[in-house]
Design a protein around this ligand. Sequence first.
Ligand SMILES: Cc1cc2nc3c(=O)[nH]c(=O)nc-3n(C[C@H](O)[C@H](O)[C@H](O)COP(=O)(O)OP(=O)(O)OC[C@H]3O[C@@H](n4cnc5c(N)ncnc54)[C@H](O)[C@@H]3O)c2cc1C
Length: 368
Amino acid sequence: MTEDTGIDVLVIGLGPAGASAARAAAAAGLRVVAVDRKSEPGHPVQCAEFVPALINAGDAAQSARIQPIAEMHTFVEAGSAEVTPEFPGIMIDRRSFDTHLVEEARKAGADIRMDSAVRDVSPDGTVHLFSGEVLGAPVLIGADGPHSRVGKAAGLENKEIIASRQVSVALLKPHNATDIFLSERLPGGYGWLFPKGDVANIGLGVSQEYKDRLKPELDRLHARLVEEGRVGSDILGHTGGPIPAGGMIEPAARLGETLVLLAGDAAGLTNPVTGAGISAAVVSGTMAGEAAAEWLAGNTGAPDDYAEDLEDHFGASLSRALKRRTTALAAHAAGTASPDALRGGWIAYPQYWTNDDIREDTHDLLEA
Ligand SMILES: Cc1cc2nc3c(=O)[nH]c(=O)nc-3n(C[C@H](O)[C@H](O)[C@H](O)COP(=O)(O)OP(=O)(O)OC[C@H]3O[C@@H](n4cnc5c(N)ncnc54)[C@H](O)[C@@H]3O)c2cc1C
């Protein structure tokens, strides 16, 4: 991509990662075009909408805030709540959150194009839309989610996926905790109830190969919560979607002369145990936009610096989560997913955080 196409940075996807990348690159004075197949940012929502307070997801999270979260309650099999008292965070409205981020990108000068679905990405980095339009730029940022077409063109794909399913229902009593349901019936995932004012998102995720369990297990969780008098029986909305669970993949590559940077779910930055990826998407998207500006300004080391910065920010927690998930899946496969084994794979329990030789082992796994 040597000729001037009138675009410096082309961003694919306008979720939290793409909107943040577009904003950062435009704020650096670059000519940015950002496309998304959706008609409206963040709609339909595919998220349980919880952002832990320890993680900084910025102004957009505060402006889309629905209610605070103070604690985490973990239910192991049919047991009662095991309380983690200090687990603050906020529940957000994901549609407003994504809209806010896209508006910030637009205000920074990015050319935002909704209703623009990418059909494929050529080996030289040229992007073909379903509309027939062809776009190209020296830097292509892939922020197009777990099954990124940009990543696929560069041979960088998320291999491990959690499948998920969620319903929204009436929440009958105010609640200020995230409820987590661990069970040997949910390999590679868990169930959740996240309160959103007078509504609750209840859902669950499991390793892709067990996705047939999603519907019956979600029906079972919903029935339990109805029985306990916590939620209504009417379903107000359905959602779900894939969640990357294999850890970080190489975030920088070349397609011909085009520099490709991946961010957010496209780069596998979602936590393989919790499935949380909103904050990592915002942070990595911002870094990708800044790295694009650095590279276009002549810093040839910018792509490597980007990869290193991601490793510094997310490497340790992703490695730990990947190790815990691998151990938990092995227990499920061996039929030894006892309540204690389930606790060892979840962030509420000290066993999750013990420091064995976690980094080295996990790097071996990642490289295998
Ligand atoms: C059911 C569920 C619940 C979740 N709950 C939470 C939670 O509570 N907290 C949390 O932190 N994380 C949660 N996550 C994860 C979180 O939603 C993601 O990590 C986050 O959205 C990643 O942001 P992103 O910008 O990388 O990708 P996305 O938000 O997936 O954005 C990608 C964008 O790319 C666009 N796109 C894709 N393909 C194309 C194409 N071919 N052409 C044009 N545009 C395209 C999509 O339309 C989309 O707008 C959940 C995920 C799921 C599925």
